[in-house]
Design a protein around this ligand. Sequence first.
Ligand code: GLY
Length: 248
Amino acid sequence: DTPERRAQVEQDLNRALEAGYALLEQGALAEDAVCAAIRVMEDAPEFNAGRGAALTSEGIVSMDSCLMTGVDGEVGSACGLTTSKNPINVARAIKEKTKHVMFAKPGDNLLKEWGIELCDSEYFITPARQESLREAQSNGDEWEKHGTIGAVARDASGNIAAGTSTGGITNQMPGRVGDSPLPGCGTYANNDSVAISCTGIGEAFPSPRRRWHDRRPRPWRRCDGVQQRDDELRLEVPEGQLRAELTP
Ligand code: GLY
């Protein structure tokens, strides 16, 4: 991590926020803002999503995404994407154009039918990610994991949405899928409670021991717009706003 890289990341995060805010100010839906913000980050090579996604042990990308709307609990998710420029658009297409929730490796013909822009593998692979993969393979470190992205928004009607996009973990085994595309796990939105997008090592989230959306009453602790109880997190997003965070 260099100061230059951090500055670039912060600049890209601001662009993502602005893209989302601009839509919310025009009265767009929460999911419009979430997808707009995520697309900016997917297009920026600094983040582990879209261009610049982490590489698997085979040196290719395998990207996952999810979009959920809190007003109706509708969700779309995809895993194992290798050609979709903006994986969040695939999640949205699944949510809005099919009666299904999740697709694994949807074929290019189907993606084209859904209007998804496709790219060759060279588009996604950056020198920085190749270097991370080399390091991971020479150090036996398969947990280089930072940079999964997400956004949550609340629109002028008070409806909320959450989206997540990731390349998973550097040097992950081919076929590995983390938490991000799992509804209610890496991505969750419910108008009655919360919109949330998770980052971190995805294996921890599906564990029943760590089900943060468990509704048993426990005391909330408030800190800076984030409420936390035990291992559970709840973000408070004021109406008409969108939130993005730089994770360590
Ligand atoms: N949290 C992203 C992943 O584990 O794939």
